[in-house]
Design a protein around this ligand. Structure first.
Ligand SMILES: [Zn+2]
Ligand SMILES: [Zn+2]
Length: 341
């Protein structure tokens, strides 16, 4: 099969084609696994973190990609949930141990043996992939393959971060960063908390206008002073300045949820601007989001189908994976990016 391989860590400021298109052996499903013929794979900021070494693959070469949609091509021994032809998706959670205290409590996202799709197990930047049937999801018929792909990470992790924000209807929510995940969180929050105002901090005028068109009450640059204080803020940016700036805009007792697997080091000195009195005092909280559980993915897919949430997607042909990644790094345009086979 054709697959894009990542063979080492790259500095994407110097090199722009980290993935190599190669012919590799088709994967064979083991017991309990399904073989998926991939039709689409979403492109996620976490792929940049993997390529640049902030959360490196556990082995090389690795096939990236954790927002995978396709059809079951064949099944391994003892597979009971799916049959050939079923449409399924795969998300960031590739597997977890199933036995530890976290797994037993439904917090498999925190399992020390958590494996990420496309980082610790081969993902969807390929014609085929295999996954344990327990970590594959039926895709609601409401969605096309392209629409479903960004729901599997940007949507599911956005859902987890919104749940962790602990918002009540009527309380103000703010979002810093407005990419694939941010725009889905806005759509979700408009449905779940119809009386809440949503404010958006985003870099470009284009992103700000996009946020306003989706119902944000206010959208400006991160350095602007918003009209309201927020009960909760969800940060989806890779930088630190947004963390520091947004803490000032939290209400007493408010919570900042950082939805990023890794932060970049480029502006880490911004942290020195933290003043305890302005940024942290009055019982403000900071919470990170780590991975997703299967329950997050399932609940979110159901919610997304019910609302319905249709993500804005920009489609790239499979061969243009490197271009899609570099666009994600440097251009800030709306919605989620999806590779189509
Ligand atoms: Zn992702
Ligand atoms: Zn575990």
């Amino acid at each position: 099969m054709k697959a894009f391989l990542l063979k080492r860590i790259f500095d994407l400021n110097r090199e722009t084609s980290p993935l190599q298109l190669a012919e590799v052996q088709d994967p064979i499903p083991k017991a309990g696994e399904v073989l998926i013929k991939v039709s689409c794979c979403g492109v996620c900021h976490t792929e940049l973190d993997e390529i640049e070494g902030r959360t490196p693959p556990s082995e090389f070469p690795m096939i990236l990609g954790h927002q995978v949609v396709g059809h079951v091509a064949s099944i391994g021994k003892d597979v009971a949930r799916y049959r050939a032809g079923d449409r399924v998706g795969v998300a960031w959670i590739f597997s977890a141990c199933g036995k530890c205290e976290f797994c037993m409590k439904g917090m498999e996202n925190l399992c020390s043996e958590f494996r990420g799709t496309g980082r610790d197990g081969r993902g969807g930047y390929a014609e085929y992939m295999t996954v344990d049937e327990k970590f594959a999801y039926a895709i609601p018929p409401t969605f096309s393959d392209e629409e479903a792909a960004p729901l599997l990470c940007a949507g599911a992790i956005g859902y987890r971060s919104l749940m962790l924000a602990g918002l009540q209807d009527g309380q103000t929510l703010a979002l810093t960063g407005f990419g694939a995940s941010g725009h889905l969180v806005l759509k979700m929050s408009r449905h779940l908390y119809p009386r809440s105002k949503v404010m958006v901090f985003a870099r470009s005028r284009e992103e700000q206008n996009f946020a306003l068109s989706l119902g944000a009450a206010w959208a400006e640059a991160v350095t602007a002073t918003p009209p309201y204080k927020a009960a909760a803020i969800i940060d989806t940016t890779p930088v630190w300045q947004t963390v520091v700036e947004s803490l000032r805009h939290l209400n007493p007792g408010g919570r900042l949820v950082i939805n990023a697997i890794r932060k970049e080091d480029s502006d880490k000195q911004s942290l020195l601007d933290v003043e305890y009195q302005d940024h942290l005092w009055m019982e403000k909280e900071i919470k990170s989001v780590a991975n997703v559980t299967r329950r997050d993915v399932k609940e979110f897919l159901q919610l997304a189908a019910k609302i319905p949430i249709k993500p804005e997607v920009e489609i790239y042909p499979f061969e243009k994976a490197n271009e899609a990644l570099m666009d994600l790094k440097h251009k800030h345009v709306k919605g989620g990016k999806v590779l189509r086979m």
